[in-house]
Design a protein around this ligand. Structure first.
Ligand SMILES: [Zn+2]
Length: 143
């Protein structure tokens, strides 16, 4: 009888210790974090229909980047996409922003640039005071 009572007391003590530890750790974790405001992410949807996407993939296939001279990598979902460059204004058009309407005229009037150069040109346009131009091309890659 005493052994059973001892076992029950031991079991209850173990449950109290484990439960207390669990709730204490949980409280510390919850108390240590500042409240986070969850912002809904902008859905990144493909603005082009399947035919336009196929046309763009076919158009960029085998082309070279007008900015760095490297061959433009094949377009795959989930990777950075190439874009277009207005050679007069130096304005880059990201893949998502290539207008589906009048596509042939847009493709004919702009130069193709690789995904890295789309990023570079967009950054250059948005933050011109933070850009330092250095010589960079296929023969002299920066990295
Ligand atoms: Zn490039």
């Amino acid at each position: 009888m005493t052994a059973v009572l001892f076992a029950v007391v031991l079991l209850l003590a173990a449950i109290a210790i484990v439960g207390g530890t669990f709730f204490t750790i949980r409280w510390f974790i919850a108390a240590g974090r500042p409240p986070v405001e969850v912002k809904p992410k902008r859905a990144k949807s493909n603005p082009h229909d399947a035919a336009t996407t196929a046309h763009l993939k076919q158009f960029f296939g085998g082309k070279e980047c007008a900015a760095c001279g490297r061959p433009i990598a094949p377009v795959h979902a989930g990777e950075l996409h190439p874009g277009l460059l207005n050679t007069n204004t130096h304005e880059a058009i990201a893949w998502e922003d290539i207008p589906a309407a009048d596509l042939s005229t847009t493709l004919a009037s702009h130069a193709t640039i690789c995904a890295s150069c789309v990023t570079v040109e967009t950054f250059r346009r948005e933050y011109p005071d933070r850009v330092v131009d250095r010589h960079r091309n296929v023969q002299h890659p920066s990295h």
